[in-house]
Design a protein. Structure first.
Lengths: 309, 278, 254
């Protein structure tokens, strides 16, 4: 019974050590990556940070020619497209989720869910392709018509190309729709049947039940889902890049070409030559990175409070 | 009809209408890709590299090769990191560091793809002074790892504890239990997750813009700039030549097919293959 | 009366889950090549006791145990836990053959999982011998390479017994192994036990009085974490020495 480690047991011990080391290495690597990202972006943007300092965040001039850069037009563009897309898509996302959770029977719901997955899985660049060649001409027609309707020369002028904030908002709304719809659907499906049946037994209509029982039940997780969708929208790059028009100036109307933090980088990085230009674009990436982390934390906090209910 | 009943009907209608709208939008987009894309799907398209400037013909073989290589290498890099991180988090459930790891995986998943691309550029391209497919694969691996970690952790947690106990009771060490019992039992789920993640990174463009950069030539060397389908679509879409714009649609068609194929494998083939083996 | 040879001795085992103490100073001497039943009302610590022997108990977060376990004279705390488990086998309440392994592979699972490679001939021999010992050989001979989970519940449990004894342990722990099985499978397994004792020693945790009386040579009665009485089954059932044992036997605790 005395334990003499056999050859096979020695092999097992070595395997155990390697396995454990691999696990720890991967875990540590993951944690280090976030820090590494932050550091790398911070260091690589030093030319721009040195030139503009903290005011970079609220400077509204972005001029590659005079080499004067400021992030405000991009930040504004990001916020407008992000919140705009969220505003437009949320009612539809709610509608679809409620439809699938409460109205559609299984034979109808399964294919629709599949289609939602399909739409959500389409690459951003393909949305951009469709947006550029199909959506933008339509938006352009609308913008010119609208400009003429309100008698604004400026609006008609900026509307002729079709690219700009409005096109980006619409495209983005379509893109985050499947994502927010499926998140909300997930939380609706968790609502206990007994609650719903209890309300119906009291004489409530289907919609009464939805409005007064289900929706309040999923309030917190819905808000969390919307925050996550906003995060998605804020980080979207290719589709937005292809339809937003690469505007350098602060947009004044929805018809104006503009840029988001992401699209500015995608549109201009390869042409940027001077260290200040490149550094400024990298600073935009840094700002975007920080925004993404903050949204991620916000979503977690909201969702955790929702679970604790 | 009482006001409540009216409201009920109206809301029911609106709700169904949103679903119909979603389907309509999807159909429109997919239809357009199909109709426009099919026009240029010929043998040349799949087997030739882009034609010299101004000449007609040519295809996207360079992009197809590029997508294959870059995606596979990214998955090869990301899978061990993702799986081992997932194993670590699953085996150390409840410990603080495991929670931190999970948090970081989530955070990394939320990083916008363009930021990943910029990181790939400053970290690799600048350092090695050249655009390369490998730097693109590394950038994509950063997007591949978080989803792999999460899938691995979730699937491992589903393995019944009775099985693990039986293995420990036989004298197995933790690494043996995890590998021979947990991973093998969860293999279908993990592989499915890997394929789904591959489908996702195959469609990414932003991380490739400043790393792989693109190339007009068919390239097999990972250390050189390389094209890829999403990249080619982006470049062609922005070009002033209608012939190239047409190719953008066809390339989009091919890309969608590839992604659908990967997703289909993830769902159906894996379960079928692994069940047959047993 | 001759003192039986002891295969395992525990000295003052105490066990906790977090702050709750489950076992109180359990000291027992388990005879070799016999079936020792562990009986008692629900929650009395039977399963916990048995799991401290192969150190499974200590794997639960927050679980703790003190005391000494002597396996054939050796203090198991001086042994690598992996070795302890190679000498003490376990069969669980719910049959748990590995679903990704065939019947054949399940029998040899102990070897595979501990990295011991067997030449093909030896492996075949172990599989056949072990399956014969549990009476499964004729039933599964044609199904050796089907999944372990393709067998019926009773067969699966016998497969798990085979898996445990394939490692030639000195002692096998059975934790209520028939509670998830139908009566026919239950009696098949009960009949196995006396055959198995020619080579192995068995600790058999049971929920039912009748089962304890049927299968065991010795019996340990647990209540509220204490080992109340221990002795030859015949003697304990006919003339219990502790009032609590008497009450349990007459059905007072159910």
């Amino acid at each position: 019974m005395v334990a003499q480690p056999s050859r096979s047991d020695q092999r097992e011990l070595v395997r155990e050590r390697i396995f454990t080391a691999a696990g720890v290495t991967a875990a540590v690597a993951l944690v280090t990556t976030i820090v590494l990202f932050l550091l790398e972006l911070f260091i690589a943007s030093r030319a721009s940070r040195a030139a503009f300092g903290l005011p970079f965040l609220w400077r509204s001039e972005w001029n590659p020619v005079t080499e004067k850069f400021g992030a405000l037009p991009m930040i504004v563009g990001t916020l407008i497209t992000g919140f705009g897309a969220l505003l437009i898509s949320t009612p539809f996302a709610l509608g679809i989720a409620i439809f699938l959770a409460d109205y559609a029977d299984r034979k109808l719901a399964e294919p629709i869910k599949y289609l939602i997955g399909l739409l959500g899985g389409l690459p951003s660049v393909i949305f951009g392709l469709w947006g550029l060649f199909v959506l933008v001409p339509i938006v352009s027609k609308f913008e010119v018509w609208f400009g003429k309707l309100v008698g604004s020369e400026a609006l008609v002028a900026s509307g002729t190309t079709g690219v700009g904030l409005l096109a980006a908002i619409l495209l983005l709304a379509i893109m985050i729709l499947p994502f927010s719809a499926s998140l909300i659907l997930e939380s609706l499906l968790v609502v206990p049947t007994e609650l719903k049946e209890g309300a119906l037994a009291l004489g409530a209509t289907k919609w009464d039940t939805i409005q007064n029982v289900e929706l309040p039940y999923v309030q917190k997780s819905t808000v969390g889902a919307l925050v996550l969708s906003l995060g998605r929208a804020l980080g979207e790059t290719m589709a937005v890049t292809m339809v937003i028009g690469n505007g350098m100036k602060m947009p004044t109307t929805l018809f104006d070409p503009a840029n988001t933090l992401a699209s500015a980088i995608a549109n201009q990085f390869l042409e940027a030559t001077s260290p200040v230009y490149v550094g400024s674009l990298i600073q935009l990436a840094l700002i975007l990175f920080v925004i993404a982390i903050i949204i991620n934390i916000m979503a977690r906090v909201i969702l955790r409070r929702g679970v604790q209910q | 009809m009482t006001p409540r009943k009216l409201k009920n009907s109206v809301m029911g209608f609106l709700v169904a209408a949103s679903a119909a709208l979603l389907i309509a939008v999807l159909v429109v987009i997919v239809w357009h890709i199909f109709i426009s894309g099919v026009k240029y799907l010929n043998w040349n398209f799949f087997t030739k590299a882009p034609a010299p400037m101004g000449e007609s013909g040519g295809g996207v073989f360079n992009a197809i090769v590029g997508t294959f290589l870059i995606t596979l290498v990214a998955a090869a890099i990301g899978t061990p990191f993702g799986m081992f991180a997932g194993i670590y988090v699953a085996e150390h459930r409840g410990r603080r560091f495991a929670d931190v790891v999970r948090l970081c995986a989530d955070a990394l998943q939320g990083v916008p793809s363009i930021v990943i691309g910029i990181f790939g550029y400053t970290f690799l391209v600048v350092r090695f002074r050249s655009y390369s497919a490998l730097s693109a694969s590394v950038a994509l691996a950063f997007m591949f790892v978080p989803t792999t970690t999460r899938v691995t952790e979730e699937v491992l947690n589903l393995v019944p504890s009775g099985l693990k106990e039986a293995a420990y009771a036989l004298g197995a060490r933790q690494s043996s239990v995890v590998w021979n019992v947990s991973i093998k039992t969860a293999a279908a789920g993990i592989t499915s997750g890997l394929l789904t993640s591959m489908a996702r990174i195959a469609g990414e463009t932003a991380p490739l813009l400043f790393t792989a950069f693109g190339s007009r030539y068919v390239e097999w060397n990972m250390l050189r700039p390389m094209s890829a389908l999403p990249l080619q679509i982006f470049i062609y879409a922005g070009s002033p030549y209608p012939a190239l714009q047409q190719q953008a649609w066809s390339a989009a068609f091919v890309l969608v097919l590839l992604i659908l194929l990967l997703q289909y494998s993830a769902k159906h083939l894996i379960a079928r293959v692994l069940r047959v083996k047993a | 009366m001759e003192e039986p040879v002891i295969v395992l001795e525990t000295q003052k085992i105490n066990a906790w889950f977090g702050k709750d103490q489950i076992l109180f100073d359990v000291s027992a001497r388990i005879p070799k090549n016999r079936v020792t039943a562990i009986m008692g009302p629900s929650g009395c610590g039977k399963t916990t006791f048995v799991r401290t022997l192969n150190r499974l108990h200590q794997m639960t977060p927050g679980a703790r145990a003190t005391g000494t376990v002597l396996l054939e004279g050796t203090d198991t705390s001086t042994m690598d836990v992996v070795d302890v488990r190679k000498h003490i086998g376990m069969v669980f309440q719910r049959p748990n053959p590995f679903p990704t392994m065939t019947v054949y592979e399940n029998v040899l699972a102990g070897y595979v999982l501990t990295g011991q490679r067997l030449p093909r001939q030896k492996a075949d021999q172990i599989v056949e011998t072990t399956l014969r010992k549990v009476g499964l050989w004729s039933e599964v001979q044609s199904k050796l390479f089907k999944a372990g989970t393709s067998l019926s519940g009773g067969q699966q449990q016998r497969l798990c017994i085979a898996r445990a004894i394939a490692m030639e342990p000195a002692l096998v722990l059975f934790d209520e192994p028939t509670s998830a099985l139908d009566p026919k499978s239950t009696s098949v397994i009960e009949e196995l036990l006396s055959d198995l004792t020619t080579e192995y020693s068995i600790i058999f945790v049971t929920h039912g009085l009748q089962q304890a009386a049927r299968v065991s040579d010795y019996v340990a009665f647990f209540m509220l974490g204490e080992l109340v009485e221990f002795g030859e089954t015949k003697r304990v059932f006919v003339g219990p020495q502790d009032k609590r044992t008497e009450d349990y036997l007459s059905g007072k605790y159910g």
